[in-house]
Design a protein around this ligand. Sequence first.
Ligand code: UDP
Length: 370
Amino acid sequence: MKKILVIFGTRPEAIKLAPIIINSRKWKSKIKLKVCITAQHREMLDQVLKFFDIKPDYDLNLMTKNQTLSCFSSRSLIKVSNLLNQLSPDYIMIQGDTTTSFISSLAAFYNKIKIIHIEAGLRTYNKYSPFPEEINRVLISHIADYHFAPTEIAKKNLLKEGINKNVFVVGNTIVDALNMTLDIIKNKGEGKYLNFFNFLNFSKKIILVTAHRRESFGEGISNICEAIKIIATNRNDVEIVYPVHLNPNIRNVVIDELKNFKNVFLIEPLEYSYFIWLMSKSYLILTDSGGVQEEVAALKKPCIIMRELTERIEVVKAGIGKIVGTDVGRIVREVNNLLDSKLSYSNISKIKNPYGDGNSSLLILEKLLN
Ligand code: UDP
């Protein structure tokens, strides 16, 4: 019997770990998997837990108002360490590159507990972009014992750093989560989604926006808002929907700048299945999010990446995503290009998803059981 403690703290980690947690129930006699949340982000994490019906065994409830990275890191290092001491799991499982993932790995290392890293090997090679995630994931890779890389590119990144033991390419579990969600939507019917989004005119082209990264605070988010204003003003064939992240550095600017446009809808962060449904109905996606770049690859939606660098280079290579940074002119130009060019849009629908078919969680569990 392998005792695994899964530790996470934010929405994207919960989404990507949910398929592993749910599927592990099939091997109850072989894997004893417990869930601990740090609640680095409270509300948006809870939405995902509720949707996937995951009840954490341990809730450290560490989020504070306006928390700094240092404060959150120091408090969680002690709390996670104490829990590891108390439970002595054989492994911890962490996902991606959040501060929760890095600090939990450090706590596990100090307690000589093995670390399983899901979504290993993503790199931009710029230590401040994304910040602090690039350094979090580099450090995690050097102390983890199992590295589940989503793609061959991610594996190569690890090999370049001398990490060559227990590296497995398995795709990205976000595809599993997405497929599970699309099945739920199909089974329950689309009625409640159509009802919820009844303020949108789906005969127009829907542009879905998400932006929340630390690198975009300040000038970046102001530029993004400026570009949205220009598009909203010049194009009456689009409706722009923006579920606004709860971070006040983003939220205050976005609401101030965009609240008075009749074809811009600023809404609260959406529960996962509503977001996926809306993405599936959208014409194009504007984003700085990591997870969303992977989801557009699965849903075959063109995506404009409002960042200077991406660690999801597969999306760009496949021709699904284009990096435009936060330059106003470039964002507007690329959006207009996509809106007006049927050719580039239809090409995208034929592309193979570089993140796999949605069986990553099973591949990971099978490897761990061997
Ligand atoms: N997402 C969501 N509701 C929203 C916006 C995004 O459920 O209103 C999901 C989205 O489907 C993706 C994840 O949140 O799976 C991305 O999270 P985020 O952008 O916060 O983090 P990142 O992926 O950039 O680390």
